[in-house]
Design a protein around this ligand. Sequence first.
Ligand code: SAM
Length: 356
Amino acid sequence: MMYFIYSGMFFERSLYGDLLELGKFRVLEHERNAMIIETERDFIKEHDKKPSMFVHGMFRMDVSDDIDEGRYVDSLYDMVRRLKLPKGKKIRIECYNVNSKKGLSAKQIEMELSDRLRKDGYNPEMISPDVLLYLVLVNMRCYAGIESYRKLEQKFLNPLRHYGSETGERMVSRAEAKLLEAFDVFRIKGKGIAIDLGAAPGGWSMVLAKKGYKVVAIDNADLEYEKIEGQRLSTKVLTNLKKTKKTDINEMLRNVDIVHIRENANTAFQKISLKGVTMIADDMNIEPEQSAQLLMDYLGFAKKGAHLVMTVKCISKRVSKHVSKAEGILGPRFRIKSVKELPNNRQEVTLFARLV
Ligand SMILES: C[S@@+](CC[C@H](N)C(=O)[O-])C[C@H]1O[C@@H](n2cnc3c(N)ncnc32)[C@H](O)[C@@H]1O
């Protein structure tokens, strides 16, 4: 069986190690963070049993052939016709042009092939497709496969959804996409009170509030209050809190969506009283061990079963070392459910856990 597998840019070496966990394989093509491999095993099944940290997408490729330079698009279409294409179903074509030697972009190829399919009585359609037809062009060779769109969507983060462009102008920060992905990938459903550590400029806080959580945002930098309030969410900023008289945050959350404590987490926790937190979101840009330890020191605010979404910032490429250090610190109180590199992670992975 042949598979097209890719990870994020920073993690190409880690991807290789991840795949070895699934079984033996032979690399047919390898370009940066994308690989075509051949294996005896059903890697999709293996990956279902043991989801890997770095795989962004894994597609079974059904056919492959050299591209005829003189009949470029025609030779691609010949290969497409070798797949079992369903008539009457909506087919979306996705082309990954890894290192094209020819001037056509992936988009142009998709359009050309869609035209040919339409002429031959098929139904190429971008919106709500039934099946995804994918082509990978690498080193003048083409690999192609077809799969139920829903099946792919359930297994991997929808490769066609770009949270950034979805939220567009209304975004407060690029980081928002990371949290939306985490909710999707880890299938988080929750409500109640969320604490957002390292909250500025406020993307995660806004996402959480829009999902219905009451949010306690902690960061000594400002949030984008205007943008957040433009989303019909109310905010309140607290500064100069005193250690001597703890401020009751639960009381404040009755009347406001996001309470921002403009302090570092290290000091903020000593000045507030807060309980019943059901979601801990941690995107602080500090070393993972420090971040994990800080959480462990102040867990009294959280409820049993609370979700934790934490970005583990990898200051070096030794990703597993950073992850296992954070896991080691969190281990006594959290059940780690998954650690995954999400498409919008940059030099970091996202850890998902539950408080026990
Ligand atoms: C990547 S940004 C967070 C982006 C945010 N999640 C969003 O969606 O807008 C990291 C933040 O961590 C904050 N930070 C770093 N150390 C911190 C600490 N000890 N306590 C609280 N915030 C901290 C920084 O001020 C910075 O705003």
